[in-house]
Design a protein around this ligand. Sequence first.
Ligand SMILES: C[S@@+](CC[C@H](N)C(=O)[O-])C[C@H]1O[C@@H](n2cnc3c(N)ncnc32)[C@H](O)[C@@H]1O
Length: 277
Amino acid sequence: MFHNIKFFLKFQLMISRINYAVKNIKYLIFAGHKKGHGIHSPFVYNLIKDVFNKKDINSELQKVLEFYKTINASDELVEFENSGAGSAYGIKKSLTLSQIIHRSGISIKYGKLLFNLVNHFKPETILELGTSVGISSAFIGSAAKEARFITIDASETKLNKAKELSENLGLKNIRFVKGDFDEVLESVLLNTSKLDFVFIDGNHKKEPTLKYFEQCLNKSHNNSVFIFDDIHWSDDMEKAWDEIKRNPKVRVSIDIFRMGIIFFCTELSYQHYVIKF
Ligand SMILES: C[S@@+](CC[C@H](N)C(=O)[O-])C[C@H]1O[C@@H](n2cnc3c(N)ncnc32)[C@H](O)[C@@H]1O
């Protein structure tokens, strides 16, 4: 019986990996506008030109890239309890820092994008759901050293590691909040007047993702930017992304396969873009 369940779960995982690979291939074949050609919106065209395709690396970004290299090679063990979709809840695991970032951290390519987006929009208030050991926090935080930046994760050990790593990077303005999003997000938002920049990268299930989105939406404004990671990771996330981009408050949505980015600015026309990144 146990073997049958194990086999079924492995089979399901294999099917979902194949599905994901097929979706990725379709994206790579059909997505366009890599250089902004064919985009009529000046806002989106400039975003592609000035942010997505930005090649310069300033000293802050250089520092995070070096930090990334060190973590990437680290065999230091971190013991933590699982939470979120795709993991068995409450099961204790022990992985090296390098394994953690390979399995669930942001890659250099998307880390640079987060850095460049923050650098471009200059948010004063930032919220991240899903800190893990703080890789995305490092890219975001290094681009916004003066911002009020709150990041939340249920795992105390991962958060402690993220704190330590951010201190090593000289980042002083990040507030690390430990807790389940379902339990702490509401109170965090009660003490937040507005959200300029939100990165959602935890609990990749449809209903919770939509709930966190709605909660954050209450604190959004005309110039807010929300980013969702892993929008095509599962059918559940696919459905969540579909509802998010159809929300009437969302003016522009951009799908770069790994992430979905949304804007609320009422001067923009309603439009959805799939952009090769
Ligand atoms: C994909 S990892 C985040 C990776 C991180 N953003 C990075 O790039 O380094 C997702 C994180 O979300 C946390 N998480 C998942 N579900 C959660 C929940 N319901 N409440 C709090 N944290 C949760 C997990 O502990 C995990 O560390």
